[in-house]
Write a protein that binds this ligand. Structure first.
Ligand SMILES: Cc1cc2nc3c(=O)[nH]c(=O)nc-3n(C[C@H](O)[C@H](O)[C@H](O)COP(=O)(O)OP(=O)(O)OC[C@H]3O[C@@H](n4cnc5c(N)ncnc54)[C@H](O)[C@@H]3O)c2cc1C
Length: 434
């Protein structure tokens, strides 16, 4: 019996390193560098395709709780994220090159992981091999067709990535350094705009030409990752309540502004920045034209332009059980975005859970499902049991956890849910896990 992991992204890399640490051999199949889409830029494992942020580490934020749970499970990728982090206020942001380089080095170094740089187009379901499907939102078309034939109902949505800008091309005389509500260590570069600058920018943005996409439907846009031009189309002020929100940001002289674009570091040295919330589907020449209307970006040099992509996932409630295992084929497991979990940390932690269950099935132990009052348990429970069919992708959020009574303020309620979750999680690790 062999263990085969398909996809060396976030979920697949976490799974391979998890099995390796348990001295279990596995094969890791990765289509890159040949044959995958233009969105992947590196041949390394664990590539971050868009933002370099793994979101907040605060417990009042659901992603912060999920990270804490991942760390309690000894997540390899979350450890590497900590080791390659760049300053980003209350968020865990990483140097993306360094992050995936370190993951790749650990995978290559392992005597338990055999790497195959090739596309998997189908699986022999009758063999006694175990398979982990972690091919992500950009699963190769041939494998996607096979998945559709076997598991049916393949679903999709569209989302986009933000551009990346060279620091030396930013006019820093027109920026100021600050974190919103001064929460952080001054990690964001803010590009302020006055009312006149904003309205010119707005008009050009809503009029700009979009890049054509095959079979595109705006009904299939992911609601949490709306392109900046789509947000703008909701009305003149929509961006000022979204990615260009000026509240809580003042320059050194205490001045407030009409609108602000925040730039986040892409690397520790701060040579590259990306505008927060500026994922876009505009044609590249339009991005250059419109984003250069932001005063500090008048001469901006774009090292990568934003692009939009189709994201594939499966209808988990019909095909998966709470162990991240196929209901029909017990030797097939899923992890990451293909399972309907959206987000970097969600992919990492689900890769961990699937690998732990693969280890258990291969050593004859009972499979594990995590308690519903934990974030990872609630996420898996949602996609496999509670979600409406067809599934909409889900990311960590406190709405998934049962209510705590008697606390009025949302932030305190969330922290109370997080504290309860961590207590349940730790108890589960002691009583069920080992
Ligand atoms: C354009 C885009 C932007 C995103 N931006 C963000 C963001 O900013 N923040 C966030 O939290 N989440 C984001 N996501 C969502 C999601 O968190 C990431 O896509 C995440 O990388 C998913 O992890 P994964 O392991 O499931 O897939 P991936 O990390 O994409 O890994 C899948 C791997 O499988 C390989 N592969 C595919 N098909 C085959 C095959 N047939 N055989 C062998 N190998 C194969 C791929 O080359 C890839 O390396 C984004 C998704 C997309 C598509």
């Amino acid at each position: 019996m062999k263990i085969n992991i398909i996809g060396g992204g976030l979920a697949g890399s976490e799974a391979a390193l998890t099995l390796s640490k348990k001295k279990i051999h596995c094969n890791l199949y990765e289509i890159k560098p040949e044959g995958n889409t233009d969105i992947y830029k590196s041949k390394n494992f664990g590539e971050l395709v868009c933002s370099n942020s793994l979101k907040s580490f605060e417990l009042s934020n659901a992603s912060g709780l999920l990270k804490n749970e991942g760390k309690l499970l000894d997540s390899n990728l979350l450890r590497i994220a900590e080791e390659t982090k760049v300053p980003a206020g209350k968020a865990l942001a990483v140097n993306r090159e360094e992050f995936s380089k370190r993951i790749t080095e650990e995978i290559k170094k392992s005597e338990y992981i055999k790497i195959y740089r090739k596309e998997i187009t189908q699986i022999d379901l009758n063999s006694d091999d175990i398979w982990l499907i972690a091919t992500g939102p950009l699963t190769s078309p041939k494998f996607e067709s096979w998945l559709m034939k076997v598991f049916g109902n393949d679903l999709f949505f569209f989302d986009a990535v933000s551009p990346i800008i060279l620091r030396d091309s930013i006019d820093t005389s027109k920026t100021f350094v600050a974190d919103r509500y001064e929460k952080g260590t001054g990690d964001y570069l803010n590009c302020p705009m006055n009312e006149n600058e904003y309205s010119i920018f707005y008009e050009q943005l809503v009029a700009a030409e979009l890049a054509p996409i095959e079979n595109f439907s705006d009904k299939a846009l992911f609601e949490r990752c709306q392109p900046v031009e789509e947000i703008a189309k909701r009305g003149l002020d929509a961006l000022r309540f979204g990615p260009m929100k000026p509240v809580g940001l003042k320059d050194d002289s205490g001045n407030s502004f009409f609108a602000i674009v925040q730039l986040r570091k892409e690397d520790k040295e701060g040579n590259l920045y990306s505008p927060v919330g500026f994922q876009t589907r505009l044609k590249w020449k339009e991005q250059k034209k419109v984003f250069s209307l932001i005063p500090a970006l008048n001469n901006a040099e774009f090292v990568r332009y934003g692009v939009m992509h189709r994201n594939t996932y499966l209808n988990a409630p019909e095909i998966m059980n709470k162990y991240m295992q196929s209901k029909k084929y017990k030797n097939v497991f899923f992890a990451g975005q293909i399972s309907g979990l959206e987000g970097y940390v969600e992919a990492i932690v689900s890769g961990k859970i699937s690998a732990l269950n693969i280890e258990r099935i291969s050593t004859g132990k009972k499979l594990l499902s995590f308690p519903d009052d934990t974030m990872i348990g609630a996420l898996i429970n949602h996609i496999t049991t509670n979600a409406r069919i067809p599934l909409s992708p889900v990311y960590a959020n406190y709405g998934l956890l049962s209510p705590v009574k008697g606390i009025k303020r949302k932030k305190e309620r969330n922290i109370a849910k997080a504290e309860r979750a961590l207590k349940v999680f730790k108890k589960f690790l002691i009583t069920e896990f080992y």
